[in-house]
Every structure is written in C-alpha cells, then in structure tokens.
Design a protein. Sequence first.
Length: 121
Amino acid sequence: MKYLCLLYGNQEKVSKLSKEEFAALAARCQVHDAALRQTGAVVSVESLEWDVTTVRARDGQPTVVDGPFVETRDVAGSFMVIEARDLNDAIRIASLHPAANMGEDLGWGIEIRPIADGCHQ
C-alpha cells in the first residue's frame, strides 16, 4: 500500500537560520536520508515551496484562499510517497526521515496518510 507523508516545518523559524546553520542542518539530514532510501520503500520525495494556496467550495463555487486552510504555523515543506505493508510499516519507514529525528525546534513533523486505492466514500 502507498502512503503520502507530508513533512511539516515552521517557515518562520527555518527562515531565521543563517546559510551556515541551514547547510549544517542539511548535512546532518544526510545520514537519515541515506537510511530511508536504503529501505527501498521511497517511491518519490520532493521539496515544496512555502507558498500555499487552498481551493475550497463556498456557496457551491470554488474559493481561493492564500495560505494553508488549517490554522497553523507549520506548513508542508515537502512530501514523500512510500510503499509499505501497513500503517505500522509506514510509521517505521517514515521514522527514518530527518523530520522524525531532528528539527524539533523548527516544528518538523510528518503526517502519514494512506493513498486510496481507487474511489472511496
């Protein structure tokens, strides 16, 4: 089964890092990234821009809102699609990602969602 992992962080805190601090953080992430890729479960992983636009229905019409729809300082900064046997396996795999091991002070976290196989209600 495939799982979508949304990787969150606090844009305000990340933007306060100097170039040197960010480079050092990225270097520390490489160990976790390597372990994650060695699982063979990573289907896709990409970084996202911080800008967020949400489209929601309002009175039967699409309405565009700048920013995330939920009230939070944390914004999805990247996504990853993994292949896992079940949710526990997906948690094990996602736990290898740097966002599960560091960056607590930057609001890092991972939301794991099963990808629906076909239409569902």
